[in-house]
Write a protein that binds this ligand. Structure first.
Ligand code: HEC
Ligand code: HEC
Ligand code: HEC
Ligand code: HEC
Ligand code: HEC
Length: 444
């Protein structure tokens, strides 16, 4: 009788475990927590005398900036086919929109609250202010510049006397980036040291762990200095006080934590330029609206210093060392979306061009997504920490190697992922960062 109860208990427990894991394999995957600063879309008032918030309206006056913005991934954060496919696969969640089309006017539905407090399950209602034109613009001008019916920017109100719309000076240029480039991950069942898209967290971590110069305790990485700005700082409402129009707005108009203010995003991603804000106005020191990143091979190359060379021959063999250092990015490389990776291939080539030996490495985050989210390894490049890759050539081998080649490539997403999502080749292509061939001279 007792044995029977025991068997039943064990089978029930077993069934519970199986059901639990089956549910973990099938349930929607939430790898980040919905933080206060992006749980609701941004409610915006249109600054008078502007008729609407479209980028084309701003662009009629700020023409150079508008043209630059149209070439950026920010202007494609809604139309980007990779985002569209990914969101469909994830079940068309509303929360994705609060960063990819952050204004309430860009969303078909208003968010009234949340079912049972679950931030992934919003209570939606039709939105009479919805503008499909604005939606297509993704991270549009107003996403960074408009709050409380005022246009925030880097200049003092004194300097902007002649602006046709109300302006206010923000406390720090980098505060706008933090709304979206940081998504905390304190979810149950998520074991990641750095959240996905956790570029801000990576900078903080790299500063804590990274090598420091002996002189001033700062990392050796050179971030271009900020543009000195004059004028009163923004009038800062008390922390946590609600915005007049009910929007939750990241840091704009609230005190900026020092870790964000000194993150250097703007200094590296928006190159300096001297020009008028609008034709006929005085020339001012500002920044280009480019935000180049992984989609730009030139920017990726700028992040890395790479060297490939032969060591001294020993006992009839030579070691060839490839050294890669992230000398150009304040965060890890790759950063952001965990799909990104760098591949390193080292090959010994024979006289007929055949590969005699091949070493392959992947610099990325190795994450198991289901049943629980666990990161096993993170082989990405931390700022100023070199990584070495070695291949050995035996000069007396038969057939003898005649050359050694190193190839470093940057990939926005794995080929298997591209096939699964049926994405065409021209979406998120990979690019060659470095290629070098060294001829091997036979001994004697
Ligand atoms: C009718 C023309 C016009 C339109 C439309 C317009 N602006 Fe301006 N804006 C100006 C002028 C002129 C200035 C001041 C230029 C100067 O004095 O150097 C200015 C200043 C600015 C500044 C600097 C503010 C500061 O304090 O740093 C920002 C940012 C800005 N505009 C953004 C926008 C955005 C975003 C839009 C669309 C929502 C927009 N503007 C629409 C003409 C315009
Ligand atoms: C409203 C949300 C939001 C804000 C604010 C924002 N970003 Fe982004 N950013 C995004 C999204 C979404 C993408 C991805 C777009 C895509 O690839 O579909 C992105 C992409 C990027 C990229 C990658 C480009 C590439 O080639 O892949 C860079 C670099 C970047 N942002 C820098 C910045 C900087 C610097 C700031 C602050 C000035 C900033 N962002 C502010 C949402 C935002
Ligand atoms: C991802 C955030 C972001 C978006 C989107 C964005 N800006 Fe800016 N903008 C900034 C930042 C940051 C600065 C401050 C640069 C600096 O220090 O000069 C700035 C500066 C400006 C300035 C002041 C001149 C200058 O170069 O500093 C104007 C005018 C301006 N932006 C207009 C626009 C217009 C028009 C659009 C849309 C076509 C736009 N911005 C889109 C972040 C953004
Ligand atoms: C010292 C210069 C530097 C600083 C500081 C810096 N970046 Fe970058 N960033 C780069 C370079 C170079 C790349 C290109 C390499 C790459 O794509 O990983 C890059 C790439 C990126 C990408 C592209 C990722 C992708 O998947 O395509 C994003 C997003 C980004 N940075 C955001 C930020 C944000 C947000 C900050 C501030 C919190 C910041 N960066 C600070 C230099 C910098
Ligand atoms: C907290 C803000 C935030 C939220 C919420 C968010 N994203 Fe993003 N997303 C970003 C940023 C910032 C980037 C750019 C990072 C980079 O380039 O590495 C990005 C990039 C992406 C990319 C890569 C685009 C490319 O061109 O390679 C995809 C795909 C994506 N997001 C899908 C989603 C989906 C699906 C959701 C909803 C489940 C979502 N995102 C929710 C901020 C966010």
């Amino acid at each position: 009788m007792r044995a029977k109860t025991k068997i039943i208990t064990i089978s029930l427990l077993g069934l519970a475990v199986v059901l639990f894991f089956a549910w973990r394999m099938l349930r929607p995957l939430h790898v980040f927590t919905v933080a206060k600063h992006f749980e609701y879309p941004l409610v915006t008032k249109i600054p008078p005398p502007l008729g609407n918030l479209s980028a084309t309206t701003c662009g009629a006056c700020h023409r150079a900036i508008y043209r630059e913005w149209t070439t950026s991934m920010h202007s494609r954060s809604w139309t980007d086919p990779y985002f569209r496919t990914d969101r469909r696969v994830e079940g068309n969640e509303q929360i994705c929109l609060n960063c990819h089309t952050p204004l309430a006017r860009q969303q078909k539905f208003k968010v009234l609250g949340f079912h049972g407090g679950d931030k992934f399950d919003p209570i939606l209602a039709p939105n009479p202010d919805f503008s499909p034109e604005l939606q297509r613009q993704g991270v549009t001008c107003a996403a960074c510049h408009v709050r409380h019916g005022v246009i925030y920017g880097p200049f003092s109100r004194e300097a902007m006397r002649d602006a046709p719309h109300p302006t206010r000076q923000w406390e720090n240029d980098n505060e706008v980036c933090a709304r979206c480039h940081i998504a905390p991950d304190k979810n149950r069942g998520v074991f990641l040291k750095i959240p996905p898209c956790g570029t801000v967290s990576e900078i903080r971590l790299a500063r804590k762990e990274g090598p420091r110069s002996k002189t001033n305790g700062r990392p050796l990485l050179k971030i271009p200095p900020p543009i000195p700005r004059t004028g009163a700082r923004a009038r800062v409402p008390k922390a946590g006080s609600p915005s007049p129009d009910g929007s939750v707005d990241g840091y704009l108009g609230r005190p900026v934590p020092p870790g964000i203010a000194t993150a250097g995003c703007v200094e590296c991603h928006m190159p300096r330029v001297q020009r008028p804000l609008m034709a006929g106005y005085p020339s001012r020191r500002g920044r280009r609206h480019l935000w180049r990143g992984g989609h730009d091979p030139q920017m990726v190359r700028q992040a890395l210093s790479i060297r490939f060379r032969a060591e001294k021959p020993r006992h009839g063999s030579v070691a060839y060392t490839l050294t890669i250092t992230n000398t150009g990015a304040g965060h890890y490389v790759p950063t952001g979306v965990p799909d990104r990776f760098i591949s390193v291939d080292l090959r010994l080539l024979g006289s007929d061009g055949r590969t005699l030996k091949h070493e392959h490495y992947k610099l990325t985050r190795f994450i198991m997504w289901r049943p629980v989210v666990i990161q096993f390894r993170d082989t990405r490049l931390r700022p100023m920490v070199p990584q070495h890759f070695i291949i050995k050539a035996d000069l007396r081998a038969d057939p003898a190697p005649v050359a050694v080649e190193a190839v470093v490539r940057y990939h926005l997403l794995p080929a298997a992922h591209r096939r699964k999502d049926k994405l065409p080749k021209n979406v998120a292509p990979s690019s060659t960062v470095f290629r070098k061939r060294i001829m091997i001279h036979a001994p004697g």
